[in-house]
Ligand binder design. Sequence first.
Ligand SMILES: [Zn+2]
Ligand SMILES: [Zn+2]
Length: 807
Amino acid sequence: MGAGPALTGRGVTGRVRSRIRVEGIVQGVGFRPFVHALASRYGLAGLVGNDATGVFIEAEGPPAAVTALVEAVRERAPALAVVERVSVSEVAPTGARGFEIAPSVAGGTRRTLVPADVATCDDCLAELFDPADRRYRYPFVNCTNCGPRFTIITGMPYDRGSTTMAGFPLCPECAAEYRDPGDRRFHAQPVCCPACGPALTLRTADGARLPGDPVAVATAWLAGGAVVAVKGLGGYHLAADAADETAVATLRARKRRADKAFAVMAADLAAARELCEVDDASAALLTGPRRPIVLLPRRAGAPVAPSVVPDGPDLGVLLPYTPLHHLLARESARPYVLTSGNLSDEPIAHDDEDARRRLGAIADAFLCHDRPIHTPADDSVVRAFRGAALPIRRARGHAPEPLTLPLAAARPVLACGAALKSTFCLVRGRHAFVSQHLGDLESHETLRAYTTGIERLRRLLGVEPEVVAHDAHPDYPSTTYALGLDGVELVEVQHHHAHIASCLADNGEAGPVIGVAFDGTGHGSDGTVWGGELLVASLTGFRRAGHLEPVPMPGGVTAIRQPWRMAAAFLHAAAEPADGLDVARRNAARWPAVAALAALGGRGVPVTSSAGRLFDAVAALLGLRDAVTYEGQAAMALEHLVDPAVRDGYPVTVTSPLVGGRPVATTSPVIGGPPAAVTSPLVGGRPGDATSTVGMRDDPAVVVIRSTDLVRAVVHDLRRGVPSGVIAARFHHGLAEAVVRAVLLVAGSTGLDTVALSGGVFGNLVLLGGVTDGLRGHGLRVLTHRTVPCNDGGVSLGQAAVAAART
Ligand SMILES: [Zn+2]
Ligand SMILES: [Zn+2]
């Protein structure tokens, strides 16, 4: 006390006035009422408001009280807020009394963030089922803490007029709540009630309105075995009684979805526990405000029809996240299948007209409403791994929340992503906005959703891309899209470099690291098909430091859909005869021709180092799948087969760079056994090398993991009649251990001690766990994914991080 007011803003009365700026996700999340309530509690005067960069506050009162408010803003922000920066400066006290909400300030540089959709909060849920409440059983109840956001926002700043609620004028009662700073609906943009908001209807597939309470009648239809389309937050779902095999099989046939599992909505956590084993981390994910589909081990005897999950022990479960879901769950506690409203691989239907057209032949009835969905968003998918969330599909509830890049972009960036599980990413400064999952761009409808999505998010965020990053694959539709843009600087990012960069960005790091990128396929810098790569990589560049042994892919992309062809290729590469093997007998008609193609290796037949293809080959050898209907299907079946009691692994030779003209090989048979003798390669690299190796060809000193050793061992055990669960386990452990040894060789030559694991194959928890434990056991730091998936859904973030770092 006692310093002059001109310097510190402290008045003679001992009052101070602080000007506080809050940046991050602070609009549309109840921030102003939160500050208003704090100010009242601490007896402070001043104001709070929204502007283009976030929230501004002026708080005046005793210094301790002002400090307490700043602390609360930093530490105790509303659940949905993400406070990225708080800056405080002192100004002269004005002597004003009272605390007000200032009018929003429009214009200026657009730096506010668009909030994601939020599951119904407990307060709104209580109102939904309170017969005395004016919103009793109203399917659109929401507040500043919950409800639709991203999917209804048509423009920024985020105001009701810039949402699809613009067509629903507030009734006097809702308007009063909306204007009252003390109300929990203060400036909740989608606020509404039965008097002024959207309404629910139930219609037949040909549009005729069905009489009665829509929720009760829809529930009765579901109980009767019907398929009902339900309009949700980010699009239409298709629902069917999860215990009714006929209903689920009908849905599967009409949707033309062969094997991919359906998700099931359980009424609440207790109901989810009847279906699956739910650990604490999974329970937190299930009940959290983002409400993703959580993959869980299914309980034996769970009341779920076989057609829900045709292959595999896991079940995707989600809990109600809209008031409508809660009403359905209250009407009947039976779990129901809730799957994206689309045909096979098309994008989720969200426009009413489009939904009736596309889903008319699938659904018997439509439970819909008149609040338009502006931006489609599928459900997010996640699983818990060792207490943390492992993202599989990032969409509703997450998009378009930004990640903070380790290196800011000097110019705005658009990263176009890959082809399957596609996303795109926009970068403004340090913020990387990864789009919601959009799907397979080979589908015409998805490609359209992709281009529309880019345009919309670009406008919403006010990002005018000057740099466009894309995959090196010339045939990806995303590459074609990038190459078609005028007046932008193009940055080509190799697929597996993008995977590792994505893992780096996901962890806020810039490298260099040793990256292990294991996936299905990606365009390699040497023109071959990569997918089992060890890279020394930073955000700016990489060099290939190792890989799985390359084998032919007989039939090219056909070999991706027919794993038995990879079995033939690996048997040939391993010089292992196919005599007496079931896989050769099952495919006898085409086996000789495919084996002959494999023998051509390199001459007219593509060659691959893909880890995914190795898993495919072993899955086919074990008789799991000769053909697949979706990416990763055979590999997943192989993972599920693993006998958890088996600890040993097959021995695999890892050849290190040439020393004195002779390859140095290390072999260590058993995970958890004595650490393998690691021979350090000839060249002592320096950490940081990676930054100068953009586009560099193979280092001659690459480490090769001899994957044919695994195939030979698998065949050996098969011929001896070893149970396939044991073989699957030994294969996983052997590969994991070989990866660890290969990484140690690269670590020895480079001095790097951090390893990033990425690529869709690391969705395999047995491999992920084995590699992670092995590396940590040798004192290495391991980075895995936290916010974006390790599969191609994360590639756009990696491309964006690389482009940002290079600019
Ligand atoms: Zn609420
Ligand atoms: Zn109203």
